[in-house]
Write a protein that binds this ligand. Structure first.
Ligand code: C2E
Ligand code: CA
Ligand code: CA
Length: 672
């Protein structure tokens, strides 16, 4: 028997139908067995053959019921829990039901004539009851229920109605009415059942979908959790990395890699913070500007490696006298320290302690190095209230102290402050001195001892600022510091050579021009020189360039290179202020020079020592095959003395003071 195609189609629904039909069949079978057995055995007849037929029909019914029972059990205990093909189950069940219904129909039609009133009524009641039960139990299959009820009720009812006696006519009518009623309600049940199954199926689908979705959601959640965990981990890594990089960056931008001290940048930040709290708490602090004495010589004479070792060692020593982050490497061989809560006396005491730390000899790559330090101190709040100002004041104090006495400690004071202010003012004026025509060159003759003639003149720069004559000792260092020296020096060189080119009266006269270290090292210097010589057509041999002995202490390689450039052009070199610098004989040997100028201080000093130095210088000059000039000759005695010692040239007030170009012409014409 086929289930309705249009209503129940899917395997799932067929399975449910099979479950319903077979699952509910046990009671029905039991009822059938009891009811059928009751009818067969309760209402005995005397007709032997009828009885025997009844027993046979009963046997058939029992066999059918037994087979159905076995089938139901087989389904119940074997198949129901497994997935099974519902079609076969439904087919077997349908066959069983149809057989049962057929036996009932056969029984009712065949045994109707022999039934008494009671048996007929009982049979009718049992058939109606069985049909009623089947109306619900078999309702999943409309065809099955129709067949079953029709087979049970219609043949019997028709027999009753067809009975000529008409005795039980009403029973026949009732049977048919009941049959129609069951038919209708079975239809309703069937619809309800199908709907329920569909709902159930949909529900299950929905549940399955929900389960799938839930498991998907769970999976997604798990993924999300895992991703979150990974994200957390990578966030933590990232944070650590950012922290590490920030530290690296801080170290790179705030620390000096050689000494691991703070650099300028780091120190300024730190000092600004410190100043803020110092101001709030109304406290004081001291800034120490520390500059090493003699480090440049170490760096020049030994390798840079030795210089680095020395700096690192000095940094370590200075650290003993200051707290962490209170000390910085300011650059080169300069250090800056801050001492919170310090008075001038404590600052001085720390500075002296630092100096004594620095002066202990250092062993670096088998070199023993002994240095000293000059330290300038500036106090907050007395000497300034910003980090930059305080460091600048300490720096200037150190610088001033270095001029006065290397290897000492100085404290910023008002006098120095006034000097600095004046220097700043002068510096500004100096910038426009050339344009304003405030500069002029004076000339001082240099006399040849042998011929007593003027051999050359030294060009000496003069600056008249607001009717005040500013001496070169004051403004030349200013020009050096403010970077104006190359420009001013070029102007002097040109002026001097132009003047010389105008002096037709002395054709062999030579010109001595002072060249400072910044001028000499300036890349444009040689060009300036070439152009001055070219435009004036002065023979290079007539130009002497005076460089102070101290230039040899700096940048030895470049200085030697420059001097060779000059000598290659046939320009003569004079070593000025000889005896006051630090140059070693070894270094002098590698420098090309033609004259040595004995410093005024030795000439004017009558001591034995000075004399010894002069003699040694003269001896050395002879060795180097160069000429000597004694400067600062003021008296005849000095003239005679220096001439007797063997000096080649003499210069000084004794002969003439530096004069303007026109005065020099008059002087020259008058005396020669
Ligand atoms: P310097 O090169 O040693 O120049 C000699 C200085 O001694 C000059 O001082 C001169 O006037 C002075 N002088 C000469 N004879 C006597 C004397 O008998 N007694 C005394 N007491 N002094 C004497 P000035 O002109 O004041 O120059 C000072 C320094 O300024 C110079 O010393 C030189 O180093 C520097 N300077 C002057 N002009 C220039 C320049 O054009 N360029 C550079 N780079 N430096 C210059
Ligand atoms: Ca000079
Ligand atoms: Ca000199």
């Amino acid at each position: 028997m086929q289930l309705e195609q249009n209503t129940i189609s899917t395997t799932e629904i067929k399975r449910d139908t099979a479950n319903m039909l077979v699952g509910n069949s046990f009671v029905g079978l039991l009822m059938t067995i009891f009811a059928f057995s009751g009818l067969v055995f309760f209402f005995e007849t005397d007709n032997e053959s009828l009885v025997s037929l009844k027993h046979k029909v009963w046997l058939v019914m029992m066999i059918v019921c037994l087979l159905r029972f076995i089938d139901a059990c087989y389904w119940r205990f074997g198949l129901a829990h497994k997935s099974f093909a519902p079609d076969a189950v439904i087919k077997r069940f349908s066959v069983g039901v149809c057989l049962t219904a057929s036996v009932w129909a056969f029984y009712s039609v065949v045994f109707y004539p022999s039934m008494g009133a009671v048996e007929l009524s009982a049979t009718m009641v049992i058939l109606s009851a069985m049909s009623g039960g089947a109306g619900t139990v078999l309702s999943p299959s409309k065809r099955l229920v129709s067949f079953y009820c029709t087979a049970l009720l219609v043949p019997m009812s028709m027999c009753v109605l067809a009975d000529e006696s008409g005795e039980f006519f009403i029973l026949g009518v009732l049977g048919l009415v009941f049959w129609i009623g069951i038919f209708l309600s079975a239809s309703r049940y069937n619809r309800f059942f199908v709907n329920t199954l569909y709902l159930k199926e949909n529900n299950e689908k929905l549940l399955a979908q929900m389960r799938v979705e839930r498991s998907e959601t769970e999976k997604v959640n798990q993924l999300l959790i895992a991703t979150n965990e990974k994200l957390d981990a990578s966030n933590a890594n990232l944070e650590a990395e950012v922290e590490r990089r920030t530290e690296d960056l801080f170290r790179l931008s705030n620390r000096d890699p050689l000494t691991n001290l703070l650099n300028r940048n780091g120190f300024l930040k730190h000092l600004n913070n410190l100043l803020d709290t110092t101001k709030v708490l109304n406290n004081s602090l001291a800034i120490l500007f520390i500059d090493l004495d003699g480090f440049k010589q170490v760096n020049d004479s030994s390798s840079h490696k030795v210089g680095d070792i020395v700096l690192a060692e000095i940094a370590a020593r200075l650290r003993n006298y200051s707290e962490k982050n209170h000390l910085a490497r300011w650059g080169g061989d300069e250090f800056v320290a801050v001492i919170p809560y310090a008075t001038v006396d404590t600052a001085k005491a720390v500075a002296h302690a630092m100096r004594s730390g620095v002066t202990i000899p250092i062993m670096a790559n088998d070199n023993q190095v002994t240095l000293d330090a000059t330290i300038g101190i500036a106090m907050y709040p007395e000497h300034g209230d910003s980090a930059v100002d305080l460091i600048q004041q300490a720096d200037l104090t150190m610088y001033d102290q270095k001029r006065k006495q290397r290897g000492s400690v100085g404290v910023f004071n008002e006098l120095l402050h006034a000097e600095i202010k004046r220097d700043q003012r002068l510096c500004e004026r100096l910038r426009c001195a050339i344009d304003n025509g405030e500069l002029s060159v004076f000339y001082q003759p240099i006399i040849d001892v042998k011929s007593d003639k003027v051999s050359s003149v030294e060009a000496l720069l003069r600056w008249k600022c607001d009717d005040e004559m500013i001496t070169p000792d004051v403004f030349i260092p200013l020009a050096e510091r403010s970077g104006l020296m190359p420009e001013i020096g070029a102007w002097v060189l040109n002026r001097a050579l132009i003047d010389l080119s105008h002096w037709q009266f002395a054709e062999s006269l030579c010109m001595s021009v002072n060249v400072s270290i910044t001028q000499l090292l300036d890349d444009g210097f040689v060009k300036v020189l070439d152009s001055a010589l070219n435009t004036t057509s002065i023979a290079p041999q007539r130009l002497y360039l005076e460089v102070t002995e101290s230039v040899f202490a700096n940048n030895a390689e470049l200085v030697t290179q420059r001097l060779h450039d000059l000598v290659d052009r046939d320009v003569k070199i004079s070593i000025d202020d000889f005896g006051t610098g630090y140059s070693s004989l070894h270094r002098l040997q590698s420098m090309p020079f033609d004259f040595i100028k004995i410093d005024r201080s030795f000439v004017q000093n009558t001591s034995e020592e000075s004399d010894t130095i002069i003699r040694a210088t003269l001896l050395m000059a002879r060795e180097f095959r160069c000429k000597t000039i004694a400067e600062g000759i003021e008296t005849d005695a000095q003239r005679v003395h220096l001439a007797d010692l063997g000096t080649d040239y003499l210069q000084g007030y004794y002969y003439a003071k530096p004069m303007s170009a026109s005065d020099f012409i008059s002087w020259y014409n008058k005396n020669y």
